[in-house]
Design a protein around this ligand. Structure first.
Ligand SMILES: Cc1ncc(COP(=O)(O)O)c(C=O)c1O
Ligand SMILES: [Zn+2]
Length: 413
């Protein structure tokens, strides 16, 4: 592919041809980054071309994606998720210029469809027979969703305690599900061994360089949906760190193409027990393992697999990281739902919990525009959602009983 200049190691800088490696750096094992010939792409993708493009999905950015053609595009709509103005919610923390990007509106109800659309198309281009991934749950349900109708077998490695709805999605779409007695990191390591043993195509986050390429499309959409007024801050939930490094790459690439001038600051939100990226940002040292313990399953990670790229993205953007407790994440679910009409899973709602904390610490100014990224639907983890609210009323189907109940409720007359 002429438009791809190199796969560059983010650790040692070594350049690789596309044919040279599918995954990591051949010299140091570091993660790779796809670098394009931006002068070439500039001629094909610019502000005017985008204005005239009617496609409302990630494929409107095909020129900036690592695929030779769009032969294997899934038949469902990926990306171009809604960006809502959430002024009332923002006013509660004195940040009225608040927007919510609802990526729970993707086909499998999470952000992960952006990444998998690219990786699945690449696997099909290469005529792979088996595709595998480790996942806390969403990458798995997305991969199963996007391969369900294809002539490729899908093998999923998930931690045993993944939320039932995510396991149900994978099973419904027909993938093979292997629940690993351990955490996400254990599932990751076993998936890697399996892909090496059997030659399966491995899509795991922070290993396959193409996931970031799909994830960056969210940044492109934010630029367009904000009518090219790049926000001051983008708030992103962080586990492995692949979403946030993808978002950063997207903004930087639009700047490389002279489509935007300004770049936003990134605010990374992590759960307190799973805050390896935040610690590395603040200490200046390498990523160190943490317990990974949080009820926000999607961001529960001991060793972030794209941690280095995440730390660089946060630093390069002039942003920062915050951590939030599980209690704050749970409380954020109904607050976000009632304030913005968006029902998020715990990891998705953590961005609101993090923004609240950052605002309380004086890290966000009143006049700043802020985009809150909601990465997964609340229907993914109803058990966690139920912890955030009271119990419903249960009565016999009888008007008398209803009247007794209503008398005790504070409803307007
Ligand atoms: C809903 C949701 N939010 C956030 C994340 C974190 O993304 P990353 O692991 O790339 O930091 C994930 C990843 O699984 C996710 O599914
Ligand atoms: Zn390297």
């Amino acid at each position: 592919m002429k438009k791809i200049k190199t796969l560059q190691c983010i650790h040692c800088g070594k350049d690789h041809k596309l044919s040279e490696t599918e995954y990591n750096c051949t010299a140091c094992g570091g993660n790779l980054q796809v670098i394009y010939d931006y002068n070439l792409i500039k001629k094909r993708l610019n502000y005017e071309v985008l204005q005239e493009n009617w496609d409302r999905s990630i494929w409107r950015y095909a020129e900036l994606l690592p695929l030779p053609n769009l032969k294997h595009v899934p038949p469902v709509q990926i990306g171009w998720t809604p960006l809502y103005r959430a002024e009332k919610l923002g006013q509660t923390i004195n940040v009225p210029n608040l927007f919510v990007k609802d990526d729970g509106r993707n086909p499998s109800a999470s952000f992960k469809d952006r990444a998998n659309a690219i990786v699945v198309a690449r696997a099909m281009d290469q005529k792979e027979k088996v595709i595998t991934t480790a996942s806390t749950g969403n990458a798995a349900s997305s991969l199963a969703c996007l391969t369900g109708n294809l002539d490729i077998s899908t093998v999923i490695f998930m931690p045993e305690n993944a939320p039932p709805a995510k396991i149900a999605q994978v099973l419904v779409f027909g993938a093979t599900v292997i629940l690993v007695k351990g955490n996400y990191d254990d599932a990751f390591d076993l998936c890697l061994k399996a892909s090496r043993e059997y030659g399966w195509y491995n899509r795991s986050t922070g290993y396959n360089p193409f996931t970031r390429e799909g994830k960056k499309t969210c940044a492109f959409e934010i630029c367009e949906q904000m009518k090219w007024e790049v926000p001051d801050k983008v708030v992103v939930p962080v586990g492995d760190g692949n979403i946030i490094s993808g978002i950063w790459k997207g903004f930087v690439e639009f700047q490389n193409l002279d489509i935007i001038e300004k770049l936003p600051q990134l605010v990374a939100v992590q759960a307190e027990g799973s805050d390896a990226v935040k610690r590395a940002c603040e200490s200046g040292s390498d990523i160190q393992a943490v317990s990974g313990k949080t009820l926000a399953d999607s961001i529960s990670v001991c060793v972030p697999r794209d941690g280095q790229a995440a730390v660089s993205a946060i630093k390069d953007s002039g942003g920062f990281a915050v951590s939030v407790t599980d209690e704050e994440i749970i409380a954020a679910i109904p607050e976000l739902a009632r304030g913005s009409n968006v029902f998020a899973e715990p990891a998705g709602a953590s961005s609101w919990a993090g923004l609240k904390k950052a605002a309380a610490q004086g890290l966000v100014r009143e006049n700043e525009s802020v985009v809150l990224l909601v990465t997964g639907s609340g229907l993914k983890d109803v058990g966690a959602a139920m912890k955030s609210v009271g119990k419903p009323h249960v009565i016999k189907p009888d008007l008398g009983e209803l009247k007794k109940l209503v008398a005790g409720l504070k409803l307007p007359a």
